[in-house]
Design a protein around this ligand. Sequence first.
Ligand SMILES: [Cu+2]
Length: 369
Amino acid sequence: MADRKDDRGISRRKLLAGGMVAAPTLALLHETVPHQGLHRALGGDHPTAASAAGSHAGSHATADGVPLHANGVGTAGPTFRAGESVDHRANGFNPTEILRDFDYGRARRLASGRVLREWEIVGADKELEVAPGVSFPAWTYNGRVPGPTLRCREGDLLRIRFTNGSQHPHTMHFHGLHPAAMDGIPDVGAGIIEPGKSTVYEFEAEPFGLHLYHCHVAPLAEHIARGMYGTFIVDPKRGRPEADEMVMVQHGYNTTFDAEGNQLYAVNGIPFHYMNEPVQVRRAEPVRIYLVNVLEYDPINSFHIHGNFFHYYPTGTSLEPSDFTDTVIQGQAQRGICELRFPHAGPFMFHAHKTEFAELGWMGFFEVG
Ligand SMILES: [Cu+2]
């Protein structure tokens, strides 16, 4: 859950765990909560992302006087909504580009007639500006969070050369069918790939669907939370109908490294990005969203769209949708394909209907033209 330390002097996780609430913290709770309630009842400013950013972007102290966040990120960090932005060039990626960036690798047809696809993936430590003025020491695949969206077709032979250029040991663990030696976990096959070492993962693309890959080195939660994940799409042999396709990877940033929750939530790398740069789509035309949740530390995530409904294909492994809805819940590593058309022009929000995540970055707009 989102960290609430700088509102109430203790995280909700610790509060729920019980027995941890010290007297000064209780005093803070009593002092803070009724005041907020009164303030809201009087029609005062709600803690929107923009106002929260302004009011929390300073240094706060816990009840025992310890500064909470050296980087200035409280329960809601600085956002784009004040008109600021991060340095996409320095980050080396832009969520607007990640949205429709599908990496098919280098492909060639083998004598057997089968298609071989090859990728070079490099593990790299990288400081990313994840919100205006907020630096996060990420562990990445190819320098971006999320890593590249690897895409292929059912039955292709896949060869992924992974080189660990990070200071930390990593692997690439793919979801899908493959031999044990290609599973990308410690002590099996190539096992852990130490800094400076490399390995090749090779397997056949199956089953068709929407999958993911991520590092599988302990502590697993931290390796994932630092940014080591990406989308892995296996298209069905016959393909899918034409559509404006995009990938959305839901994740977060635990900027305090307390493993208790996240201070920022995002889709495709940067919180609030699609508030300032809405996703451009065309009215009445088919849109297909490859929606993946890799959020660490929080048990669920969700996706909700305004003014519309979508057909939902869990894991993308069936060509028949299982639901027609406007909201879907996903646990970590759950994913699904959303197919929809926008009947009306105009701006339509999409966001986590775990609404606390929305106000900490997981919200955006479609601009239907
Ligand atoms: Cu790792």
